[in-house]
Ligand binder design. Structure first.
Ligand code: FAD
Length: 288
């Protein structure tokens, strides 16, 4: 029988990271609750039936956006709306502000958190390709203290990350990029990305000196289209160079997801189109 009510659970509301980690270690089958915009729908559909929820929403200090060296440190509880509008994010890692502004609708952006999205690792989420393109580092707290995970070691597959049971994602450090951009093709019903492309570029003396291109929505985890980005290095940032790089994207994707909305072939096509747009916008931001 269909029900929109979750299965029974106990509710816990710690006020510090230490308490949250202790509860996650002590309670059987406990899950972190942040913005609730992925977890609660899954619980209502009984796709997820945790025995205990540890609501981290009242832990002070986990929702700050602050300068961290040349980059930006973003607390796990920072709402998508606050990531989108943070001047520091817009200036130092514009692709992340692009992605946050494109998430779902106003209500989702005002409740959902960056930590929740990175922990959930939905293949259609917008942050994963962006933090990978920007070379972010994810900080987590667990029973043994805190540890840092390089983003290339973090996303392991469909809804799967390097977070261990009992660990709490506390912040993400995003290095500044010379210029970056993110574009997506949204699903018309949910707004999730069918395919998204994140690009970072650097230019010196009229030539591209570095580029990174990451595609989301095509596989279980974001895919680094390194062979496509490499085609740009050493070239002048022209429409022809961007088109040549974009042509290499479909072959760089490996196995691509196909579903009732978009076949694998359509996603491959979208990835090339969106890669071109993301690279073009990143080069424009670099002043090319
Ligand atoms: P929650 O739902 O509270 O938690 C999600 C999962 O992460 C749970 O398993 C939870 O235990 C775990 N978790 C949460 N925080 C932490 C933490 N700090 N440490 C460890 N584990 C943690 N997303 C997009 O990217 N793009 C979209 O276009 C988009 N559209 C949406 C449209 C709708 C209608 C809805 C309902 C959601 C949409 N989302 C979209 C998802 C949204 O961004 C969610 O907010 C996000 O995926 C999860 O963040 P949350 O804070 O709500 O996490």
């Amino acid at each position: 029988m269909y029900t929109s009510r979750p299965a029974a659970f106990t509710y816990h509301r710690p006020t510090s990271v230490e308490d949250a980690v202790r509860l996650l270690g002590e309670l059987d089958d406990a899950r972190v609750l942040a913005g609730g915009h992925s977890l609660l729908p899954a619980m209502k559909l009984r796709l997820s039936m945790p025995a205990a929820l540890v609501d981290v929403g009242r832990i002070a200090g986990l929702d700050a956006v602050e300068a961290d060296g040349d980059g930006v440190k973003i607390g796990a509880l920072t709402r998508h709306a606050d990531v989108a509008t943070a001047e520091l994010v817009q200036r130092r890692c514009a692709a992340l502000a692009d992605a946050a502004a494109l998430i779902g609708d106003r209500q989702v952006r005002n409740r959902g958190t960056i930590g929740g999205s990175l922990a959930h690792a939905d293949p259609g989420a917008d942050y994963p390709p962006v933090v990978k393109a920007l070379g972010a580092t994810i900080t987590v707290a667990g029973a043994g203290g805190s540890r840092e995970i390089a983003v290339d070691d973090y996303f392991l597959g469909l809804f799967t990350t390097a977070l261990e049971p009992g660990e709490l994602l506390t912040s993400v450090h995003v290095p500044a990029a010379a210029a970056s951009a993110y574009v997506k093709h949204p699903h018309p019903a949910s707004g999730y990305s069918v395919v998204g492309a994140a690009a970072t570029v650097s230019i010196e003396d009229g030539k591209c000196t570095a580029a990174r291109l990451v595609i989301g929505g095509a596989g279980g985890a974001p895919v680094d289209a390194a062979a496509a980005a490499e085609a740009l290095v050493g070239a002048a940032p022209s429409p022809e160079a961007v088109a040549t790089a974009a042509e290499r994207v479909p072959d760089a994707l490996g196995n691509v997801i196909g579903d009732t909305y978009a076949s694998a072939d359509y996603r491959r096509h979208l990835a090339a189109v969106l890669a071109k747009r993301a690279l073009t916008r990143a080069f424009e931001r670099a002043g090319a």
